[in-house]
Design a protein. Structure first.
Lengths: 300, 292
């Protein structure tokens, strides 16, 4: 929303008069610009810092070798494998659960309004809980009560609880963006709701669902606190899902905090993590744009 | 016809079952935290969390006041610093630039919102802490925590405020412009008051995020369990306390950490409830803007 007020130039007498007669406006103008530049500046600063310190350690060896000397040397191959396995467990559990819940909330929630409200409220709370609380829960429930111990399975399941609200919200938004005409037409043809959902709604909402999945994976990839005492610290290559495995973000934390001289590799790992996240963000954005162009729908 | 309705009903009950699992996770989490907290509440008692001489669980002292103060100081500081900057950023993107610049600004905020907390922590530890150490040693301090947390919650507040500002009816803005109000007058007297509840929602969501943040805080605040006597003093938050001690805690100590987790969970649930109330009273869908 933009509306042009006056030509704004010091050489324009009318503008000069405005600034002198309404100094608040000029001060506000200056303040807004500096606030925004400061925010962008810090962002660029962080990016350059991670890039400049991490790039020198970037090599093929980083991605293929095992860590050596407590992580100061070598690579992060087992850590990448553990990370992927944790994400796989997380999405394998969260995806079906999230998809089903979202379909219920978006397509059946009028007939089950009290129930729908309960599920929604509960998911809102879940989305707001601190990640360390998920970590505590995962430690008590998955590691101890279910006897899974410090394992990739425990970590993945804990993350699944965490990303569920994000996933459900995106899928719900994608389903709601499908034009109502489709449902009206399919009801007029006497198709069952099951058929409508399976053959019309879900395919039409597929790109939006894909975006939701990417956002969920991104959230899980960025998480550290919930994994500290669920999937553990072990840097060995995991042999099964019951082994402990160190996620990329935990690796960064450990190198920065507990390994003197580990900051070079910490930066390199952070660069890999940021690269993955930015890549996924870009993918989600492209998907949304292509989808909007082809369907004329507005997502979100 | 009968077969299809039966199929539909079966699908609905299957979906209901799934949603029940999703919906009951919250209850499960609170129940488990409560269950694990009981031994400490029994053995130590709620009063001793406030009256013990210090936090030294190995020797049976369980005073959590320093950590509660630490959490509050760092959170309040971060929100006070981030909220004005974030709202200014949102106003800037909506009313002071247009086209590519506005889009770029939003993209920067969205990307900042997605940066993992451990990367903020790494930057804070490697860049910010040494810089602060030159001014007031030891560098790992309340101030470092406030700065890093402010940076982390700024995108959340800014994006929610941006959405709220975008919902201000254009006709009000155009009317004010036609009446000859300056840009700042329009922002101050029309846009900001109209978007007030949305902005408040953003600030509350940011507060929740600051309250529960662990990694970045662990990395930059120094983690000394004491009531800080200045902005350059090290401090330990409730979340940091859990992250640092969970690995080796046993029995009552472990249970005491669950108590602090329970307190954190209840605090954030309270915040969500307030956000919910605001959203309902204004008819806006405050918490569901797709940011968090």
């Amino acid at each position: 929303m933009w509306f042009r007020l006056r030509p704004s130039s010091w050489f324009d007498p009318a503008w000069r008069w405005r600034v002198l007669s309404a100094p608040h406006d000029a001060v506000a103008h200056l303040a807004m610009w500096s606030a925004s530049l400061a925010v962008t500046g810090v962002f660029v600063w962080i990016l350059i810092d991670v890039l400049s310190h991490g790039a020198s350690h970037l090599s093929l060896e980083l991605l293929t070798a095992a860590p050596a000397d407590a992580g100061r040397q070598g690579g992060i191959a087992p850590i990448l494998v553990s990370t992927v396995l944790i994400l796989a467990v997380c999405m394998a559990v969260a995806m079906p659960l999230g998809l089903c819940s979202a379909v219920l909330l978006s397509e059946f929630s009028r007939s089950t309004s009290g129930y729908g409200r309960f599920v929604r409220r509960s998911l809102d709370v879940l989305a707001g809980l601190p990640s360390i609380v998920f970590g505590l829960f995962g430690y008590a429930f998955f590691c101890h009560a279910l006897g899974l111990g410090f394992s990739i399975l425990s970590g993945g399941l804990t993350l699944a609880c965490m990303v569920l609200p994000v996933l459900i919200r995106s899928v719900e938004a994608a389903l709601q963006a499908v034009p109502d005409d489709i449902q009206t037409a399919s009801a007029a043809l006497g198709l069952s709701k099951t058929t409508t959902i399976r053959s019309l709604l879900l395919p039409a909402a597929a790109p939006g669902i894909a975006v939701g999945l990417i956002l969920g994976i991104g959230r899980a990839l960025a998480e550290t606190a919930a994994l500290l005492f669920t999937s553990g610290y072990v840097v060995r290559m995991p042999g099964s899902l019951f082994d402990s495995g160190r996620a990329l973000s935990v690796h960064i934390y450990d190198l920065a905090m507990n390994v003197p001289g580990g900051d070079g590799m910490a930066y390199a790992s952070a660069l890999v993590l940021l690269g993955l996240l930015l890549g996924m963000n870009a993918l989600a954005t492209t998907l949304v744009q292509r989808w909007q162009k082809s369907k004329g729908l507005v997502f979100g | 016809m009968n077969a299809t309705t039966r199929l539909d009903r079966r699908l609905e009950s299957f979906l209901r079952m799934n949603a029940a699992v999703a919906g009951s996770i919250t209850i499960g989490i609170v129940a488990y935290l409560l269950l694990e907290s009981l031994p400490a509440l029994h053995a130590v008692g709620p009063l001793r969390f406030l009256t013990d001489p210090s936090w030294n669980p190995v020797h049976g002292a369980y005073n959590v006041v320093p950590m509660v103060v630490g959490t509050l100081v760092v959170t309040v500081g971060a929100v006070l610093l981030a909220a004005p900057l974030a709202v200014a950023s949102a106003v800037f993107g909506r009313f002071y630039v247009r086209g590519a610049l506005s889009k770029l600004q939003r993209r920067v905020l969205e990307t900042l919102a997605g940066v993992p907390s451990v990367v903020y922590g790494l930057w804070g530890l490697m860049v910010l802490v040494p810089a602060l150490a030159r001014i007031g040693p030891p560098g790992q301090s309340v101030l470092a925590g406030v700065l890093v947390l402010a940076l982390m919650i700024l995108p959340t507040i800014a994006l929610v405020s941006d959405t709220a500002l975008g919902a201000v009816p254009e006709i009000h803005l155009r009317g004010a412009a036609a009446a000859g109000l300056s840009r700042w007058a329009i922002v101050r007297s029309i846009a900001l008051p109209t978007a007030r509840s949305g902005i408040l929602t953003g600030i509350l969501l940011g507060t929740g995020r600051a309250l529960g943040e662990t990694m970045a805080v662990v990395m930059v605040t120094g983690n000394v369990a004491q009531i800080p006597d200045g902005v350059f003093a090290p401090v330990r938050t409730l979340t940091a306390n859990i992250a640092l001690e969970m690995a080796y805690a046993t029995d009552a100590h472990r249970s005491a950490l669950f108590v602090s987790g329970l307190v954190l969970a209840l605090l954030t649930i309270g915040l969500v409830a307030v956000v919910d109330r605001i959203a309902q009273s204004t008819g806006q869908d405050g918490g569901r803007t797709g940011v968090v």
